[in-house]
Design a protein around this ligand. Structure first.
Ligand code: MF3
Ligand code: CO
Ligand code: CO
Length: 255
């Protein structure tokens, strides 16, 4: 039976290096993201910076994906494919999702960016992005040895309910174990029951990456490129992602 891998001290150091590269690339996006840039240019930048930091982009040639980053704008939930024909415009919200491989270890993280600055985006978009960020952090707050993986989704679900916004939490895509492979066990669902799922142990590494929609939770997969995931109702979607380590006392965000 497949098991959740427990990383050794050495493996955790490897994860730290990969996750640090990913965080550095996302930091650079603060400057790069602006009205008029194409998502293809973002992809070229991420590719070059990844290589210059001695890493490899994990998404490139992953299951037929041909880019080094995912760029998901407005109603795109995740896995938006960079294109020279897609240009950022003032008031867009974009998720940039980077995964780097260093010495065989994977570091996966994504953040939201306001194109043209926060004030250029609608109040609804600003609120959605902030609640999605909080959702990630209430999930992270559940991580500790002895806790259940399902507690992450339970906390996120309670938080989102508490906003009173009727936001949808995406069910079709989840967080995941990560290490020497991009996607490992466990599956980390973002809406779950308290006490469900596997018990966390120190040395586990996994992502938490809630996707929150202003409207319904349902998504549709593009028939055109086979990758781009959109909200079924066309509403805005926001996502933040970290790679997290279970420590002896709680958790550590690696990205
Ligand atoms: N980084 C994404 C995740 O959080 C996976 C992207 S796979 C791709 O799991 F092929 F779409 F790039
Ligand atoms: Co991920
Ligand atoms: Co990711």
């Amino acid at each position: 039976m497949a098991r959740i891998s427990i990383k050794t001290a050495e493996e955790i150091e490897g994860m730290r290096r990969a996750c640090k590269v990913t965080a550095q690339i996302l930091d650079a996006m603060d400057e790069l993201v602006r009205p008029g840039i194409s998502t293809e240019e973002i992809d070229r930048f991420v590719h070059k910076m990844t290589i210059s930091l001695g890493a490899k982009p994990a998404t490139l040639n992953y299951k037929g994906y041909t880019k080094s980053v995912c760029t998901s704008i407005n109603d795109v939930v995740c896995h938006g494919v960079p294109s020279p024909y897609v240009t950022l415009k003032e008031g867009d919200i974009i998720n940039i999702d980077v995964t780097s491989i260093v010495d065989g270890f994977f570091g996966d993280s994504s953040r939201m960016y306001f194109v043209g600055g926060e004030q250029a985006c609608t109040p609804d978009a600003q609120e959605l992005v902030k609640h999605a960020y909080q959702a990630l952090y209430v999930g992270i707050a559940q991580v500790a040895p002895g806790r259940h993986i399902g507690d992450i989704g339970a906390a996120i679900q309670e938080y989102i309910k508490g906003t009173g916004k009727n936001y949808g939490i995406v069910r079709e895509y989840t967080g995941h174990g990560i290490g020497r492979h991009f996607h490992e066990l466990p599956q980390v669902v973002h809406a779950a029951r308290w006490g469900s799922g596997d018990v966390m142990k120190a040395g586990m590494t996994f992502t938490i990456e809630p996707m929150i929609n202003i409207g319904r939770s349902e998504t549709v997969l593009s028939k055109v490129d086979g990758w781009t995931v959109r909200t079924a109702d066309g509403s805005l979607s926001a996502q933040w992602e970290h790679t997290v380590l279970v420590t002896e006392t709680g958790s550590e965000v690696l990205t």
